[in-house]
Design a protein around this ligand. Structure first.
Ligand SMILES: Nc1nc2c(c(=O)[nH]1)N[C@H]1C(S)=C(S)[C@@H](COP(=O)(O)OP(=O)(O)OC[C@H]3O[C@@H](n4cnc5c(N)ncnc54)[C@H](O)[C@@H]3O)O[C@H]1N2
Ligand code: MOO
Length: 412
């Protein structure tokens, strides 16, 4: 329960963020169970098998524009219109010398034609069409298989199914996909001070905000979430909750009680119940973290401070979830280099994940801090759209300096 973040010295026993990430990813094995789902239900799931294109897309050469399908070799001469082709209603004849077909976008290119004259460049007199300039072969034609070739891997196993990918599968006529089952994640908050929403707060009590943040982050990652509520700082209650969670889930997450205070029981309990490592990580916020195995479940004991909880979730839990879901990645946060709009203060010692906001201007993208950076200031986190990552050895950064910025991608 001590206040947090004042210690700025490098701790020789602390792990680097990179070393912790490597160990966590190495221990995070993908679930194996799979199920077959209709496309509508497959958003944010991960493909368990390669999907091969059963046919070319597009299936036929077709027009990219509204105009006239013709033979380019007739150059600039006038052509007689011999029919019409609409998307879904092909022209069934053949385009011969001196002929053309009125064609709409998406309609199959008639036999004999090799190009499309757009109607804005056509002079039309009765049923005769003259191009204002010769039309090059292949002009305004979309070719069969140009998007996807029959037999090619449209998406490999491990692909996370986002909206455009579902669209591609639909374009291929794929109505069902084999995906990994959702990752089951059970979590609970620990701490005698925590009260449910609606309760009247007594002295020293607070509302359990981590529960809501964590539930939302897990939901965004499409996990099957089991919220086990709040558990008091009592070893028997904590042990029962840990056993229950490990019995129902692939991953168990707790918040609070991982530090060294007299009511921090999580470490002792886990030593006896599973194989769990307690790490000090050389980062700020988020120094204390427990990671390991609890029965068949992956275990994360996240720090109780709300911002520390979110930072450690983003750095360690999210990559582990993505990997365990079967995703090929990328698992790690998207990092850009951006110039700072203002100087940021930091003491050397720990890698700093300062909460930042992106500033869009005509001169380009810049980044600034959100103000107060203590790990209990949740409102700063709520206004942030990125983390500004300052290396452990850094002593701060000047305005205009380029820094690493992790884009939060809507998760937090
Ligand atoms: N002597 C030391 N004290 C502390 C150290 C240390 O190295 N030596 N580390 C500090 C750091 S850094 C952090 S972070 C915290 C993490 O401690 P715990 O994980 O044991 O967390 P708690 O003590 O249970 O709570 C910390 C803080 O967060 C509030 N909290 C807890 N759960 C929730 C929740 N569900 N919703 C909202 N807020 C919550 C809690 O009331 C405390 O204020 O330890 C430092 N101490
Ligand atoms: O700063 Mo602690 O590191 O709040 O996690």
């Amino acid at each position: 329960m001590a206040h947090c973040g004042s210690d700025n010295e490098h701790d020789p026993n602390a792990r680097s963020v990179t070393a912790a990430t490597t160990a966590i990813l190495a221990a995070s094995l993908p679930v194996q169970d799979r199920e077959s789902l209709p496309l509508y239900a497959a958003l944010d799931r991960v493909l368990a098998e390669d999907v091969l294109a059963p046919a070319d897309v597009p299936a036929w050469p077709n027009s990219a524009m509204d105009g006239y399908a013709l033979r380019s070799e007739d150059l600039g001469s006038a052509r007689r219109v011999i029919g019409k082709a609409f998307a879904g209603h092909p022209f069934t004849g053949r385009v011969g010398p001196g002929e053309c077909v009125r064609i709409m976008t998406g309609a199959v290119l008639p036999e004999g034609a090799d190009a499309v004259l757009i109607q804005e460049q056509a002079e039309i007199h009765a049923d005769m069409v003259t191009p204002s300039a010769p039309v090059a072969a292949k002009a305004n034609v979309r070719f069969a298989g140009e998007d996807l070739r029959q037999g090619a891997i449209a998406f490999p196993a491990g692909t996370l199914l986002r909206p455009a990918r579902l669209g591609v599968l639909a374009a291929l006529g794929v109505s069902e996909v084999s995906v990994y089952r959702r990752l089951r994640v059970a979590f609970f908050s620990t701490g005698d001070e925590l009260r449910p929403l609606g309760a009247t707060l007594g002295s020293g009590q607070i509302y359990d905000s981590n529960r809501y943040t964590l539930h939302a982050m897990l939901s965004r990652l499409d996990c099957e979430v089991f919220d086990l509520g709040r558990v008091a700082d009592e070893p028997a209650a904590l042990e029962a909750a840990l056993q229950q969670a490990a019995g129902m889930a692939d991953m168990v997450i707790t918040t609070g009680g991982v530090s060294v205070g007299d009511a921090d029981y999580i470490s002792g309990l886990l030593q006896s119940l599973g194989q769990v490592n307690f790490w000090k990580i050389n980062m700020k916020p988020g120094r204390p973290l427990a990671f390991g195995q609890l029965g068949a479940a992956t275990f994360f004991g996240l720090p109780g401070n709300p911002v520390s909880m979110i930072v450690t979730f983003y750095q360690f839990v999210r990559p582990a979830i993505l990997k365990r879901m079967g995703s090929l990645g990328p698992w790690l946060p998207l990092t850009l280099r951006l110039p700072l709009a203002e100087a940021l203060r930091k003491k050397p010692g720990r890698t700093d994940f300062q909460r930042g906001r992106l500033l869009r201007s005509e001169t380009g993208l810049q980044v600034a801090g959100v103000g107060a950076q203590s790990s209990h200031i949740l409102s700063g986190m709520a206004h942030a759209d990125c983390f500004i990552v300052l290396p452990a050895e850094s002593a701060g950064a000047a305005a205009g300096e380029w820094v690493d910025v992790q884009i939060l991608e809507g998760l937090v």
